[in-house]
Design a binder for this molecule. Structure first.
Ligand SMILES: O=C(O)[C@H](O)[C@@H](O)[C@H](O)[C@H](O)COP(=O)(O)O
Length: 266
């Protein structure tokens, strides 16, 4: 196995809009030479902003639309709620995209049976999602997305892997059910960290001063996370999941100036 890069490549833009635009320019380049690219999307404010920008290209740029038409779209985490619920990540992303990708390329989590699902119901959806992930080309036995875009929480979470929570260190499954998320709603399904780290490239996108401290912490932990594995933690929860969110060949961070304010000078 080639060693992972020990630093993220950081791109800083003045605001959310230009950060999302820069990321989507790079995304289009990244998928351009792939036959059947697999891209992971995320929820949250910047996840939706990125989707809005992807939707704008889809609607106005024929070359981009041809690439986006043949992309498989996944969600690295989902808020486990009924289909079409306004708080589901896929509902919000779909609305921001303004276009409906082909059903066979739109890989969303099964719906919850009601607004107050149980952990067992979320576990069943996680198992179904893992079965669907089996179609993604593998690297060392794990599904390896070409590109995974992740938001970052002010507490340093990514996807639905929260610092100090046991789910953050799950390493024997591809997906996990979370029933005590500090960010509502409480019940979610998330890719596990080994699946995040199996992606060829992982891109974090974050804007605003509320993210500056989390990013500084993740940056500090980054090199240490590159040289070890989640399995080596033997189930001990991660304290800075965003520092672990690394691609096999590259990790890029797309930030605005406020989010980047506490990073060490390049
Ligand atoms: O379900 C969600 O909300 C997410 O998938 C989550 O991981 C999100 O990406 C971060 O919390 C950042 O969200 P914000 O950009 O809204 O802070």
């Amino acid at each position: 196995m080639n060693p992972r890069p020990t630093t993220p490549e950081v791109t800083v833009r003045p605001d959310e809009r230009t950060t999302a635009r820069t990321l989507v320019d790079a995304l289009l380049e990244q998928v351009a030479d792939r036959e059947d690219p697999h891209v992971g999307l995320t929820g949250g404010s910047m996840g939706v902003e990125v989707a809005r920008e992807i939707g704008a290209r889809w609607a106005t740029d024929e070359t981009a639309a041809a690439l986006l038409d043949r992309t498989h779209w996944w969600f690295s985490d989902e808020r486990f709620l009924p289909e079409g619920h306004a708080d589901r990540n896929d509902t919000q992303v779909l609305e921001a995209l303004g276009t409906r990708p082909a059903p066979e390329r739109w890989h969303v989590l099964a719906p919850a049976p009601g607004d107050d699902p149980s952990r067992d119901e979320a576990e069943a959806a996680a198992v179904d999602q893992a079965a669907e992930l089996a179609m993604v080309p593998r690297h060392e036995g794990l599904p390896s997305l070409d590109l995974l875009v992740l938001g970052v929480g002010p507490d340093c979470h990514v996807a639905s892997l929260f610092p100090g929570h046991p789910d953050s260190a799950v390493h024997d499954r591809w997906t996990t059910a979370v029933d005590d998320s500090p960010k509502p709603p409480p019940v979610r399904v998330s890719f596990t960290m080994p699946v995040i780290r199996a992606a060829e490239q992982v891109w974090l996108v974050a804007c605003g001063e509320g993210k500056a401290e989390a990013l500084a912490g993740a940056r500090e932990a980054f090199a240490g996370c590159a040289s070890t594995t989640v399995a080596a933690r033997a189930g001990e929860p991660l304290d800075r999941p965003a520092g672990w969110a690394q691609g096999r060949t590259a990790t890029r961070w797309f930030l605005d100036e406020a989010a980047a304010a506490r990073l060490p000078a390049a």
